[in-house]
Design a protein around this ligand. Structure first.
Ligand code: TYM
Length: 330
C-alpha cells in the first residue's frame, strides 16, 4: 500500500474548503492507502494562539474529521506535537533549506504583508516543518487543496536535496486529488478562497447551524442575472453553482444550470434551494462532531493510539535519516 500524509492546522473551526479540499479525500483514501492524518498544532503556533484555546481546537479538528467520515481504526489520526521525530527531522532539513528560497514562498510573503509585526522564524520555515510532517512517513501522496501546492513542490526539493547529499532516504511526495473541482472552494463573496480567518460571513463552517447557513447563502453575492443564453458565469456565480453541485441532487443542479443558460434563473429560489441542501449536508457532521467533543476521554484515546501508530513509522524514518547523515556513533 502507498503511504498518504496530510494535516490540518488547529487554528479555528473547519469549513467547506477544508472539507472538500482535504477531508473528503482523506475519507475516500482510507480504505486503500496506508494513511496518516494529523492536527498540525505546531504549525498553528506561528500565530501565538492563547494556550487556553489550543486543546479545544485540537480536539475539535479531530472530532470534525471523524464526524466527516474518517475512521480512526483505519488511519492514524494524531496530533503533530505527539511525534517528537517530526521536530528532529525538521531540524535536519532546516540545514538544507535556504533563506532566499523560503523568503520567496508566496504564503510567507502574504504573511509578511498582512502581519509585519510577527514575521517569526517559524513562519519562514513553515514549509520545512510541513516537509518533515510528510517525509517522516515517507509518504508518496498528499491530499491537499490548491493553496498547498507550492509547499509540496518545496517538500520535493528538500527530499531530493537530502537524498543527493546523504543517499536515498526519502520518497518524493506529490499532491493527490480525485477531483479538480474541489481544490479551491471560493468564499461566498467571490473574493478569494474560503478561509478560517478571512470574512467569516462568507465562509460556511462545519459547525454552522441551519439558520446561520441560510443567512450566509442568502447574502452571497449575485447580480441581475445573465443577459444572453449560455453566458459565461462570473466567478461568484460559478462558485455557487459549484457548491450546489457538491451538496444537491444532480437533477436539481442540472435544472438550475439549464435555467441559467436559458436566462430564466431566479437567484432567490436558487439560493433557497442551495441553503436547504447545504444545511442538510452540514447538519449530520455538525451534530456528530458536537457529540464526539462531549467525550474527551474517547478523543484522547483515539489521538494517543494514532500517535503510537505514527511513531512506529516515524522512528524508522528518523533512524534512517540519522544513519545517512552519520549520526550513528555508538
Ligand atoms: P490548512 O489548515 O490551512 O487547511 C487544511 C486543508 O484544507 C485545504 N483548504 C482548502 N481546500 C479547498 N478550498 C479551500 N478554500 C481551502 N481552504 C483550505 C488546504 O489546502 C489543506 O489541505 N499547511 C497546511 C497544514 C499542514 C499540512 C502538512 C498539509 C501542515 N503540515 C503536511 C499536508 C501535509 C495548512 O495550513 O492547511
Amino acid at each position: 500500500k502507498e503511504t498518504v500524509v496530510s494535516g490540518i492546522r488547529s487554528t479555528g473551526y473547519l469549513h467547506l474548503g477544508n472539507y472538500f479540499g482535504a477531508i473528503h479525500n482523506y475519507v475516500k483514501m482510507q480504505e486503500d492507502y496506508n494513511c496518516y492524518f494529523f492536527v498540525a498544532d505546531y504549525h498553528s503556533l506561528t500565530t501565538h494562539p492563547d494556550p487556553k484555546d489550543l486543546k479545544a481546537n485540537v480536539f475539535r479538528v479531530a472530532a470534525e474529521n471523524i464526524a466527516s467520515g474518517l475512521n480512526p481504526d483505519k488511519v492514524a489520526l494524531y496530533a503533530q506535537s505527539d511525534i517528537p521525530e517530526i521536530p528532529e527531522l525538521y531540524l535536519m532539513l532546516n540545514m538544507l533549506a535556504y533563506k532566499g528560497e523560503l523568503e520567496k514562498v508566496p504564503t510567507f510573503k502574504d504573511k509578511v504583508r498582512l502581519s509585519p509585526d510577527n514575521v517569526n522564524a517559524g513562519l519562514l520555515t513553515y514549509p520545512v516543518l510541513m516537509t518533515a510532517d510528510i517525509l517522516i512517513h515517507n509518504a508518496s501522496k498528499v491530499p491537499v487543496g490548491k493553496d498547498q501546492e507550492q509547499h509540496l513542490e518545496m517538500a520535493r526539493n528538500f527530499a531530493q536535496r537530502f537524498n543527493s547529499r546523504y543517499g536515498e532516504v526519502f520518497t518524493e511526495p506529490h499532491v493527490f486529488r480525485f477531483d479538480e473541482n474541489t481544490v479551491k472552494i471560493m468564499s461566498l463573496d467571490g473574493n478569494g478562497k474560503m478561509s478560517k480567518s478571512e470574512n467569516i460571513n462568507a465562509t460556511i463552517f462545519l459547525s454552522d447551524e441551519d439558520e446561520v447557513i441560510r443567512k450566509k447563502i442568502m447574502k452571497a453575492k449575485t447580480d441581475s442575472g445573465p443577459t444572453e443564453p449560455n453566458m459565461e458565469m462570473p466567478d461568484y456565480i460559478k462558485n455557487l453553482f459549484q457548491l450546489m453541485q457538491l451538496v444537491s441532487e444532480q437533477d436539481v443542479h442540472q435544472t438550475f444550470l439549464d435555467n441559467y443558460n436559458n436566462c430564466n434563473v431566479r437567484y432567490g429560489d436558487f439560493k433557497k434551494q442551495l441553503a436547504e441542501d447545504m444545511s442538510n449536508f452540514v447538519k449530520p457532521i455538525r451534530e456528530h462532531a458536537a457529540e464526539l467533543q462531549k467525550d474527551e476521554d474517547a478523543l484522547r484515546k483515539i489521538l494517543k493510539e494514532g500517535a503510537e501508530k505514527a511513531r512506529e513509522s516515524a522512528s524508522k524514518t528518523i533512524a534512517a535519516a540519522r544513519k545517512a547523515i552519520g549520526i550513528n556513533y555508538y
